[in-house]
Ligand binder design. Structure first.
Ligand SMILES: *[C@@H]1O[C@H](CO)[C@@H](O)[C@H](O)[C@H]1NC(C)=O
Ligand SMILES: *[C@@H]1O[C@H](CO)[C@@H](O)[C@H](O)[C@H]1NC(C)=O
Ligand SMILES: *[C@@H]1O[C@H](CO)[C@@H](O)[C@H](O)[C@H]1NC(C)=O
Length: 421
């Protein structure tokens, strides 16, 4: 009977297996879930207790520190010593360099470090050498009013929260880092465009504090002089490549007073490939094409004019195309000069052809002109007196001689030529 109902057997087997399986799973889950139940919780509890104790201590400490703190005065205001602010940049991405707007931008970690004696604390109660502070704390302490002298719209990144951090060390040293995109003006020299190199400056200084109050210095860490660049991520800058940078020591710049300022200069090289393929090679080819006119048949005037006009139009088109995305500058750029030279070469080519054509109207091989020529010869021959055959043959021979040769006649022929005249 069992064999007659195979599905019944299958069902039975399944019913038998499933409870065994679930039993095993349950066992495993229980095994994991309830293994040594007390230990983790108690460990966590002690951690939480210690943590809250530290937090209390830190809160205490910060309250202590901020007690009697006036954020409106810079550190060292009382002693009259200038506050030294150390700056370093870590550039993550460079570009774009906008040569039409004369600006460039880059993305960096902008770090400022200064020491505020009033914020020093005793770390024996908390065990940290450094405290990471919240932004609320940042609002309560003095910060240098650093800005970019040639800035043109920089901003702090605000996703997902403002990208800033503040760390306080036991001696009151504060590290304030923010991730910003700097956009700055750059005075570009376009006379060598598109073979130009641009040097773009960034000047960092205080807005309100003059050089006897706040002084800026590059924060030198290891080999770099304050500016570090992530060369891997800037490798694919679209139109330019960063060929290097130079960091300048602090100098006093004058606005209404003397202000301490730092300067870094970035050097950009323009990529030439685009211009080579789109303007230089086509122009050169068009100039080559106008040589074709020199090798066409002498009487093919219309074709030559045709080639000439087409080439002129092509050069005008290339010239217009080059202007559409190039900076509008007063003095001619190198590219414009090049295109003008192409145009001029072409023009000379056309003028040369015209002049040559005008002066070799005869003997061009043109059937009509040849007919006229022949007629002229016939007229000359007709004028020769008929009776003197010997003289006539002489005249014809010298005539042919003149027609045939333009080299200096042999001395034997000299007499003959004299007779001709
Ligand atoms: C820090 O505080 C502890 C007591 O809490 C004290 O013994 C120690 O001298 C203090 N350290 C400094 C540098 O003031
Ligand atoms: C908090 O500070 C006190 C002394 O000020 C110290 O005895 C206690 O151990 C500290 N708490 C923690 C969790 O470090
Ligand atoms: C800038 O001026 C300050 C005082 O006004 C002076 O101490 C400092 O040496 C000057 N720095 C430079 C680079 O001239």
């Amino acid at each position: 009977m069992l064999l007659r109902y195979p599905h019944l057997i299958l069902t039975l087997i399944l019913i038998l297996i499933i409870p065994v399986q679930t039993e095993e799973f349950k066992y495993r889950i229980e095994n994991v879930k309830y293994q040594k139940p007390g230990s983790i919780r108690s460990k966590r509890d002690t951690f939480v207790r210690r943590e809250s104790g530290v937090a209390q201590n830190v809160t205490h400490l910060l309250n202590d520190v901020l007690n009697n703190y006036d954020q409106h005065f810079r550190p060292g205001f009382k002693s009259g010593k200038p506050t030294k602010v150390y700056i370093d940049l870590f550039i993550r991405t460079m570009g774009p360099v906008a040569d039409l707007a004369y600006t460039y931008s880059f993305n960096c970690y902008f770090r400022q470090k200064w020491t505020d004696d009033r914020l020093h604390f005793n770390n024996s109660g908390i065990g940290f050498r450094q405290l990471s502070l919240s932004m609320a704390m940042l609002d309560k302490i003095w910060k240098p009013d650093t800005y970019f002298w040639n800035g043109a719209g920089s901003y702090v990144h605000g996703i997902t929260t403002p990208n800033r951090l503040v760390r306080l060390e036991t001696d009151g040293t504060i590290l304030y880092s923010s991730r910003i995109t700097v956009k700055a003006k750059c005075q570009m020299d376009m006379s060598r465009y598109p073979l130009d190199k641009q040097a773009c400056r960034l000047i960092i200084g205080s807005y309100a504090y003059s050089s006897d109050e706040v002084q800026y210095k590059w924060r030198i860490m290891g080999e770099d002089n304050g500016v570090k660049i992530d060369y891997e991520s800037i490798a694919d800058l679209p139109q330019f490549s960063l060929s290097g940078f130079k960091v300048y020591e602090a100098a006093n710049l004058t606005r209404d007073k003397e202000y301490s300022a730092l300067e870094v200069r970035f050097y950009f090289d323009r990529h030439f490939g685009y211009f080579l393929m789109n303007f230089y090679v086509p122009c050169a080819l068009v100039v080559l094409l106008c040589w074709v006119a020199f090798f066409t048949k002498r009487e093919a005037t219309a074709e030559r004019i045709g080639i000439g006009i087409t080439n002129v139009l092509t050069i005008v088109l290339i010239s217009l195309d080059s202007k559409s995305d190039s900076p509008k500058v007063d003095s001619p750029t190198a590219l414009e000069v090049y295109i003008w030279i192409c145009y001029l070469t072409h023009l000379i080519c056309m003028v040369e052809f015209t002049v040559v054509h005008y002066h070799t109207k005869y003997n061009t091989g043109d059937p009509e002109i040849q007919e006229v020529e022949r007629e002229r010869l016939r007229q000359i021959i007709k004028q020769i007196p008929k009776y003197d055959f010997s003289k006539m043959s002489l005249i014809i021979s010298c005539f042919l001689e003149i027609l045939k040769t333009d080299h200096i006649p042999h001395s034997n022929d000299e007499m003959l030529l004299n007779q001709c005249q």
